[in-house]
Design a protein around this ligand. Structure first.
Ligand code: PMV
Length: 336
């Protein structure tokens, strides 16, 4: 027993592990936790993992440290971020039955607060690198459950392309799984940045307020399930029109929860609304595209390979080239 322990510790301290995870955009949104501590959602959700935005994270457990050392994008993070990473590492240490501090270095290749939840790629990459460095060797399902504990949307970033997070009812059955290959592999997401600042209401706060005060929350739970089934069928059949319509509608239904909360709030700003109108205008002129929006003012335009050049050029004229990024379906977690 002692011998085994020594072997494990030796492996732990000499084995830095680096993992890369890509972020994802939700098409059927996750908005509300049934269990805030375990992060069990009220509804299942569906996303597309994106190639353009990712996080690389290196972790090793080091007995010579007295406390966790955390560097994010070359800097010591805020106390709040440090605590969040530390709390997550405590879960990993608990699973591995170790009590050794870790050294973590993480680099985000995601425009900060661009509304493309970097917490999804960040916690998926941290879950993968930390669990492997701790000697846990989790399979993809277990990794998804672990990533979920850091940030709900992170459980979907373990997998590539279209991914469904099955809400489940507890820690053991709430995890994501990839959807079968679809006829929509030519899908493109044009990420438009209208604001770079931090959002005033975090998704955690926004969800809580929506669940506890919006009279429409029960209706959201009901319609989300129906939206999810319809979207899955559209993906399976490669039906882009239905895919776009359902995604856009589901996003608006989520934002209706913020407007109907008490106190009411919104993630939109004036430019968000202008972009939404421009998407509709393009559509009416025959260039098929749809929008989706997460917990921030920035808009993601859903289109296909055949129209992406025209659509991105139109938005570059309005917002400038630097605020328009084209993303394609991306891969799941990789070890580098
Ligand atoms: O995983 P969180 O806590 O960052 O919440 C994500 C919330 C949305 O991005 C708005 C929706 C989603 O399903 O990703």
């Amino acid at each position: 027993m002692n011998f085994q322990l020594e072997i494990t510790m030796a492996t732990l301290s000499n084995n830095p592990v680096t993992a890369r995870a890509h972020t994802n955009i939700a098409l059927i949104k996750y908005w509300g936790k049934k269990d805030e501590s375990l992060i069990i959602p009220y509804t299942s959700s569906l996303s597309l993992t994106l190639d353009h935005f990712y996080t690389d994270t290196t972790v090793w457990f080091d007995e010579s440290l007295s406390t966790d050392q955390i560097i994010i994008d070359g800097q010591i993070p805020s106390e709040k971020s440090r605590q969040r990473v530390h709390d997550f590492l405590e879960i990993v240490r608990g699973k591995a039955q170790i009590a050794i501090p870790a050294s973590i270095s993480s680099t985000n290749h995601v425009p900060t607060a661009a509304g493309l939840a970097s917490s999804a790629s960040a916690f998926a990459a941290l879950a993968a690198s930390a669990s492997e460095a701790a000697g846990l060797h989790l399979d993809a399902t277990e990794l998804s459950k672990l990533a979920r504990r850091g940030s709900g949307s992170a459980c979907r970033s373990v997998f590539g392309h279209f991914v469904e997070w099955q809400r489940g009812t507890n820690d053991a059955d709430s995890y994501a799984k990839p959807l079968p290959d679809s006829g929509l592999n030519d899908i493109r997401v044009v990420a438009l940045t209208v604001e770079r600042g931090q959002k005033a209401v975090s998704s955690r706060q926004g969800m809580h307020l929506s669940v506890t005060t919006s009279p429409y929350y029960p209706a959201w739970v009901k319609t989300c399930q129906a939206d999810l089934l319809q979207l899955k069928s559209a993906i399976e059949k490669g039906d882009f029109t239905r895919f776009g319509k359902i995604s856009e509608l589901n996003a608006m239904r989520m934002h209706a929860l913020t407007l109907s909360a008490d106190p009411s709030f919104t993630y939109f700003n004036g430019q968000t609304l202008a972009i939404m109108n421009l998407v509709k205008q393009l559509r009416h002129q025959g260039t098929e595209c749809y929008y989706t929006i997460d917990a921030g003012p920035n808009v993601k335009v859903l289109c296909q390979q055949s129209t992406v050049a025209k659509i991105s050029a139109t938005f570059a004229q309005v917002l400038g080239d630097q605020n328009v990024i084209i993303a394609k379906p991306g891969p799941g977690v990789q070890y580098l």
